[in-house]
Design a binder for this molecule. Structure first.
Ligand code: HEC
Ligand code: HEC
Length: 211
């Protein structure tokens, strides 16, 4: 009796959907988001190929990395950049022997450990330039990706330390709390940390290096 009912229900269910499996959506283009938002890790789950998913995750991370709030402090010369236009720092300052400026014009002469509302000077603890081997200005996303993975050029960091850095470092955090009327990097630092972790878990693959 029970099994007859089960058969009947099964037959009805199959009839209801024409006996076919619903097609798996094959849209691999990640969903559209606003310029100030980041896609979530789950938005990339539909990309079945692990290496391809990893490269797509880095592509999303790159929307933060190449934002002026980050790249202005990762110049390919001796002078920081500033503003959305990435113009050279005015007043003129230079990186000096240890990326902290030179005597009399040290970064922390002007930049305090937090943003200063009256003078507009941005600030965060230990404000200084990223070393030259971490230069991102003028580099392709693929180049930056390989640089970040390379312990010789990333400050001796393991991939786990890169995940930690992106998710919690105070200079990175400033990118989402830049003070004055500056545009923050897209999304949140927490999302950026999650994307970095997912990129590492999927093999830390890099998009093709073009320059
Ligand atoms: C005030 C300057 C400054 C800003 C702003 C800044 N960085 Fe950096 N960044 C540094 C310095 C200095 C280092 C090297 C110190 C270290 O490795 O801990 C560094 C290192 C890094 C590294 C690890 C080393 C590597 O391979 O490049 C990553 C990743 C990074 N920054 C990401 C970011 C991101 C993402 C942002 C924006 C949300 C950002 N940074 C904003 C100064 C800055
Ligand atoms: C004489 C004071 C002074 C010194 C010294 C100084 N800065 Fe600045 N910096 C400023 C001021 C003021 C601004 C804000 C300009 C604005 O947005 O109007 C600024 C902005 C910046 C920005 C741009 C933030 C953005 O994304 O628009 C970066 C990056 C920066 N400084 C890095 C440094 C570094 C690194 C050093 C040391 C090598 C340094 N500065 C030394 C005064 C100074």
């Amino acid at each position: 009796m029970l099994s007859a009912m089960r058969t009947l229900l099964l037959a009805l269910a199959l009839a209801g959907c024409g006996g076919k499996q619903a097609p798996v959506p094959q849209n691999l283009e990640p969903r559209q988001v606003r310029a100030n938002e980041l896609r979530a890790v789950s938005d990339f789950a539909a990309i079945r190929d692990r290496a391809e998913r990893s490269r797509a995750l880095f592509g999303e991370m790159a929307r933060v990395i190449t934002h002026p709030r980050c790249i202005n402090c990762h110049p390919n010369g001796d002078v920081p950049h500033q503003r959305m236009t990435m113009e050279l720092h005015d007043p003129p300052v230079v990186r000096g022997p240890a990326d902290h400026g030179v005597a009399g014009m040290e970064c922390m002469t002007c930049h305090q450990d937090r943003n200063q509302p009256y003078t507009r000077v941005p600030g965060a603890p230990k404000w200084h330039l990223a070393p030259i081997e971490m230069a991102w200005v003028g580099k392709s996303v693929g180049y930056i990706c390989n640089q970040i993975k390379d312990p010789k050029r990333n400050g001796g960091k393991t991939l786990a330390q890169i995940v930690e850095h992106n998710g919690h470092d105070k200079l990175v955090a400033w990118g989402w709390d830049p003070g004055a009327d500056r545009e923050p990097a897209p999304g949140t630092q927490a999302q950026f940390g999650e994307l970095t972790a997912a990129w590492v878990e999927s093999g830390a693959e890099c998009p093709e290096e073009t320059r």
